[in-house]
Design a protein around this ligand. Structure first.
Ligand SMILES: Nc1ncnc2c1ncn2[C@@H]1O[C@H](COP(=O)(O)OP(=O)(O)O)[C@@H](O)[C@H]1O
Ligand SMILES: Nc1ccn([C@@H]2O[C@H](COP(=O)(O)OP(=O)(O)O)[C@@H](O)[C@H]2O)c(=O)n1
Length: 914
């Protein structure tokens, strides 16, 4: 029995026909998971954060059909999240769009067992819905909506039922009967329903059985439905039923399977052995045909492409040295029956691979280009020959978009299952380094539009070498029983067989019946369900523990990391963008938990931008700060980072404010922008409105210069848009003619405006204004102390040297030999050594210089005294809010004067005079 493909029964019928009622019973009796499309839609619409709520609610109220992308994704997610195999899908597919969308997303990946058609006359349906409406609170159980729903049902859903009738999949059930008559007759273990071809014909008898066995996919009683009044009992055997109930194979099954494979050396009672029989292989092979039809959408599921990897072809093209001989294994001498927590001697648990700057290579392109011919090569190679009956079709029960948390756990070697032991591990891929530029990088698995697994050139070589070595390893010969038993356990490493190759994998999930496991391919990134059994999963021989994983998970910087529904056509465009032979990669960040943050490009074409363009138009057009946060494009900052910045604007909301980071990007943006000042934008948005939430450049009215911004809202009438300047953190209203698409050269540079607030310091706007007076137009150094959702907690270090340099230079010139004071720095020197006097004062403007000059240290008390006074002055300044600008400016310069006169005098008496 195969559990690799989920079984699906569609349940259709008019509104109120009783689909939900019967499904609940079937689900209880047969262990099917009941998924009601309508319920899922209502649930989604009820989520406060849902951007689709309005759209869904409108359709429901109007009785029209919600676009399939939404419904299908909800169903798919629910199936994936259930972790189960058998599903009753109620209220779907309801029109042709539903059928097509389902096919596009899931064809070949599930087993459609049948379509249960609950046939009920209109009057009864309406009456039931109205009755339900009294208590259900549903917005559509009223006469007005019902009229529309009935029309939709007759016009759109009935043709779907007819379509499936032609496919001989429909089981018609007279749903006008009493609830209990329709339902299961216990205790006979039979699902007894009367089913008739049409409600115009009354049933001649009413105890036909419907087979709900998960494996009996298409019934062969075609004749049934050729005669409208014909009934043909579909037997559901007790055996089959118990098989559904008890998914765990029986002891005798296990024994038989074991005998078949002659796994003599294995422990007799290994519970995970559930070996496949011929029937399965046939079924799987027929599934394979289906699945190949829909390769585009399949790519989002665990990637079957790895089956095409042919290391021999690869080696021929690339002259990679690789032993053709079986690798000498000392396992025979030193055989651990199961891997223990101790790594074998000589195996490093630390990464050893070096992330090489990708060298010149033809490998990846050759590999990809020769993909089509690889199959043939495979067939002629005795080492890697594909045996068609041995092929295990990969079908997926895992989500197209895996939650990152799981992956993170995987990458960290953390178990998702508390009881699972942490075993010997394969070292992680070497960390990427911010700023690294890589070329000829291959995507081994596009997990989602925003997450990909990258393989550097060297990784690719290693991965192929591993494939080759594993194929030659004596313990991984499929025609021979494995030397050592392998007990499948969550988190355990293993070798998995797929399309003629063994791969290094980690088990992440095991089905309750121990027949299948979900494994992640450590070197290629994808997650795939596998049958458990020595044919498919074996102990990973010791020699394959040393090599670090060959791929690295990376987020595409600036691409929204969305779990939201993505329409199928948009998805396939994303896939196409991620299917290039090789990429140039810029590393914008790396974190051992979440992997790399990268920008992919091909011939200068920035893939991140293209994907973002595809994804963002699908988002809600309502202005929503939360949402923009999702794709805000920041430098990856971490706690402890010290950065040079300029104060740029108040956030206007609280005591947070924006600073503009000053780094090499600032220079690039600056340069690009000043070039733009000169060119007159002819491609401004004069005829059409700029799209909300797109990155543009906009002319800032105050100085007439262009800056990067995103569109927050537009007013077509006034031909105006509110834009948010991403490098400064302020908003402004700009005419359409002063807005232009963002030039590519600066599009992917991180937004330099970051929102910050001071630790434990609440500043009023007025205080901030005073603070501004001191620090504006001068660089400040900020240290990141904490990262909040919407802002950074920072400590400010004001680089007084910049303020003072001028004067100080003069003083120094005039007073040779005076060593007290602040260290002078040139602009590009590293951090000034000015430090806050103590931690609690960290955010006030009290700064104490540290001294590099030994002479100065002798004057410590004086200096402390001096700076205390200065800080008092500064505090006073902060509170002199009502002063006119001029007055405070005056005060400011007075203060500076004081500072310098005191430094100049370098005398405690003088400092007292302050
Ligand atoms: N066989 C039946 N006879 C009478 N009322 C029924 C029957 N089946 C369901 N109902 C009632 O009719 C209403 C609609 O049933 P429901 O299962 O929610 O329909 P659907 O899912 O097809 O819209 C419910 O209030 C339910 O209690
Ligand atoms: N596949 C589906 C299922 C339901 N729906 C919407 O959800 C509404 C309620 O569906 P439902 O299955 O809960 O209700 P019934 O009409 O079966 O009582 C429908 O009228 C549609 O507006 C949809 O758009 N597409």
């Amino acid at each position: 029995m195969s559990f690799t493909k989920p079984n699906v029964i569609f349940v259709l019928g008019g509104p109120g026909a009783g689909k939900g009622t019967q499904c609940t019973r079937i689900a209880e009796t047969y262990g099917y998971v009941h998924l009601s499309a309508g319920d899922l839609l209502r649930e989604e619409a009820a989520k406060p954060a849902s951007t689709l709520g309005k759209e869904i609610n409108e359709h429901i109220k109007n009785g029209s059909i919600v676009p399939v992308a939404i419904t299908c994704k909800l169903l798919e997610n629910a199936m994936n999240n259930s972790g189960k195999q058998n599903f009753l899908i109620d209220g779907f597919p309801r029109n042709k769009d539903n059928v097509d969308g389902w096919k596009k997303a899931l064809d070949g990946k599930v087993n459609i067992q049948c379509v249960l058609f609950f046939d009920c006359d209109e009057k009864t349906c309406v009456a039931r819905c109205l009755e339900r409406g009294k208590a259900s609170g549903r917005t559509d159980d009223n006469e007005e909506s019902l009229k529309k729903r009935i029309v939709t049902y007759n016009e759109s859903t009935r043709p779907v039922i007819q379509f499936y009738e032609k496919e001989n999949l429909v089981k018609r059930i007279d749903a006008s009967n009493d609830v209990d008559k329709i339902n299961m007759q216990r205790p006979s273990n039979r699902y007894r329903v009367s089913h008739q071809y049409s409600h115009h014909h009354s049933p001649s008898h009413d105890d036909d059985d419907i087979d709900l066995s998960p494996t009996n996919s298409y019934s062969d009683e075609k004749e049934d439905f050729k005669q409208p009044t014909g009934y043909s009992p579909i037997e559901i055997s007790n055996e089959l039923e118990s098989a559904i109930r008890n998914l765990r194979p029986s002891a005798s099954q296990r024994k038989k399977a074991k005998a078949n494979l002659n796994v003599s050396k294995q422990k007799a009672d290994l519970p995970q052995l559930n070996l496949t029989n011929d029937e399965n292989f046939n079924e799987q092979n027929s599934n394979k045909e289906n699945s190949s039809q829909d390769q585009q959408s399949r790519r989002w599921f665990p990637n079957p492409d790895i089956g095409h990897v042919d290391s021999d072809a690869f080696i021929r093209h690339n002259h990679v040295e690789c032993s053709q001989q079986p690798v000498e294994s000392n396992d025979q001498i030193n055989p651990p029956a199961l891997l223990t927590a101790y790594p074998p001697a000589g195996i490093s648990t630390r990464p050893t691979a070096v992330v090489a700057p990708a060298g010149p290579t033809r490998s990846i392109s050759m590999f990809v280009a020769s993909n089509s011919s690889i199959k043939t090569v495979n067939d002629t190679n005795p080492n890697t020959r594909l045996n068609s009956t041995d092929q295990q079709t990969i079908t997926s029960s895992t989500s197209a978009f895996q939650p990152i948390a799981n992956l993170r756990n995987l990458l960290n070697g953390k178990s998702t299952n508390k009881s699972a032991p942490l075993l010997m591990d394969i070292p992680q891929h070497k960390a990427l380094v911010r700023g690294q530029q890589l070329t000829k990088v291959h995507i081994s698995h596009p997990q989602s539009p925003s997450i990909v697994y990258l393989m550097l050139h060297e990784d690719f070589n290693t991965a192929c070498r591993l494939l080759h070595e594993m194929a030659a390893h004596p313990d991984l010969q499929r025609d021979q029983s494995p030397t050592y038993a392998f007990k499948a356990q969550v988190n355990r490493l293993c070798a998995c067989y797929h399309e003629g190759r063994w791969f290094r994998c980690r088990i992440t999930q095991i089905s309750p019946d121990f027949s299948s496991a979900t494994v992640v391919y450590l070197d290629w990134g994808m997650t795939i369900p596998m049958q458990i059994g020595p044919e498919y999963i074996r102990r990973l021989p010791n020699e394959f523990y040393a090599e670090p994983t060959c791929s690295i998970m990376c987020h595409l910087d600036g691409v929204p990391n969305t779990n939201e529904l993505i329409p199928a056509d948009c998805l396939s465009e994303c896939i196409a963008l991620l299917s290039e032979n090789e990429y140039d990669v810029t590393v914008n960040g790396y974190d051992s938990n979440s992997g790399g943050k990268v920008i992919l490009s091909v011939n200068g074409r920035i893939i991140n931008d293209q994907i973002r363009q595809l994804l963002i138009p699908n988002k809600s057009m309502s202005v929503d700060d939360e949402l923009i946060e999702q794709f805000r494009h920041e430098l990856p900052l971490t706690v402890g980072d010290e950065l040079k910045a300029l104060l740029s604007s108040f956030s206007g909301k609280d005591d947070s404010f924006y600073v503009l980071l000053v780094n090499e990007d600032t220079v690039i943006i600056d340069r690009a922008m000043s070039q733009l000042q000169e060119t007159h934008f002819s491609n401004g948005y004069t005829s059409e409105a700029p799209r909300i939430k797109t990155l543009v450049v906009a002319r800032y009215a105050d100085d007439g210069k262009w800056y990067r911004a995103w569109i927050k809202s537009v007013c077509i009438q006034r031909q105006q848009a509110t834009v948010f300047f991403v490098d400064f953190g302020n908003e402004s209203t700009v005419m359409f003619e002063d807005i232009s698409p963002c030039p590519e050269s600066v599009r992917t540079l991180p937004w330099l405006g970051i929102r910050v607030r001071l630790l434990d310091e609440t500043m009023s706007h007025d205080e901030l204004a005073a603070f501004w007076k001191i620090a504006e137009s001068n660089y400040i150094w900020i240290k990141i102390l904490d990262i909040l959702k919407d802002s950074y907690i920072i400590q400010i270090k004001i680089d007084y040297t910049l303020i003072l340099r001028q004067e100080r230079m003069q003083i120094l010139e005039a007073n040779q030999g005076v060593h007290v004071g602040v260290q002078t720095l040139s602009n590009d020197q590293s951090l000034p050594t000015i430090r806050p006097s103590n931690y609690s004062d960290a955010n006030s403007i009290v700064m104490t210089p540290s001294f590099t000059d030994p002479c100065a240290t002798g004057n410590d008390p004086l200096i402390r005294n001096l700076f205390e006074m200065i800080s008092n002055e500064l505090r006073r300044l902060r509170h002199r809010i009502n002063d006119s600008d001029e007055a405070s400016q005056d005060r400011h310069s007075q203060l500076m004067q004081l500072l310098f006169s005191s430094v100049n005098l370098n005398n405690s008496n003088n400092s007292k005079r302050l």
